[in-house]
Design a protein around this ligand. Sequence first.
Ligand SMILES: Nc1ncnc2c1ncn2[C@@H]1O[C@H](COP(=O)(O)OP(=O)(O)OP(=O)(O)O)[C@@H](O)[C@H]1O
Ligand SMILES: [Mg+2]
Length: 316
Amino acid sequence: MTKRDASATLYVAGNINVDLIMGTLDSWPQRGTEVMLNHSELRPGGSAGNCALALEAMQVQHRAIANQGDDGLSAWLASHFPHSAAYWTRYSCETSLTVGVTHSDHERSFLSNLGHIVRLSAQDVLAQLPKQASPGDIVLLCGTFLCLQLYEEYPALLGELQRRGYITAVDTGWPPQGWSDAVRDQLARWLALCDWLLLNEVETLGLSAQDDLPRAAQQLASQLSGRGGCVVKRGAEGAACWHNGGAWHQPARPVTVVDTIGAGDSFNAGFLAALVHQQEIPHALRWGIAVASLAISTQPRRYPDWHQLQLSAQEF
Ligand SMILES: Nc1ncnc2c1ncn2[C@@H]1O[C@H](COP(=O)(O)OP(=O)(O)OP(=O)(O)O)[C@@H](O)[C@H]1O
Ligand SMILES: [Mg+2]
């Protein structure tokens, strides 16, 4: 069994917002009318938020690096991240809120305001991090395309993180504007400063402008710093990693899926927790899948604690 007390810390920086999930809605209401739905759930969300909640449950040494607004939801959101929120920069604005509407065919539609996450700056992030990394410390940047200010500052931010000695990881998510040459050019400015890139299949194909997954992932891996690799989350197929010219594939667990929101963020928590604990890539893929599998198959959502994680990662 792996030791839990790694000296390294996993810092997760990016979008932490409020999610309001409501359902089930099967046809859009006529303008100006009201519809009663039979289910609603208010919970902390956003890629960085989901990942940090999983790390908290897993008892992995971590900090959520973020900012906040100053309306009625700000304190509620901060209360879910008690060890991190004291450091968050406060902006005079609304809290970022996503309303997720679920449909009976398992599709979902999302409505989001801009709120505080678009204001998060590189200075906010750097001020919450030690000036010098401890050996093995990782900084994960996520919600790339939603943190509009930070998106512009990625090259400078990743450069400074490398100078401070951090291992860097990025999960961009899907660009709301779609993949264009302008988006690819923007990302090309910092890929070489990124050690680990964590994407899903369509993001991997979109960013690389390829239609063959292994070639796409191999190409992206070769554009990174060379110290990590390109991890591809493949839904029900599992996950894979391209690193140093080699490729590893790990099939998923067959699970009864009840809610896939944040599947990729839960995977990131497990995968990077394994790296913080000096695990090899095949183990890291299993840790990622173990966390995601439990998260997407439980309602209310559950994440494994440290002991459960060790047991379930051994069951592969
Ligand atoms: N239908 C499924 N069956 C089994 N496992 C799944 C399923 N969907 C997702 N997973 C698990 O969750 C992990 C991450 O999911 P996915 O590949 O969908 O990431 P993603 O697209 O980045 O997710 P997100 O929508 O949260 O960004 C997968 O590697 C797998 O372990
Ligand atoms: Mg994702």
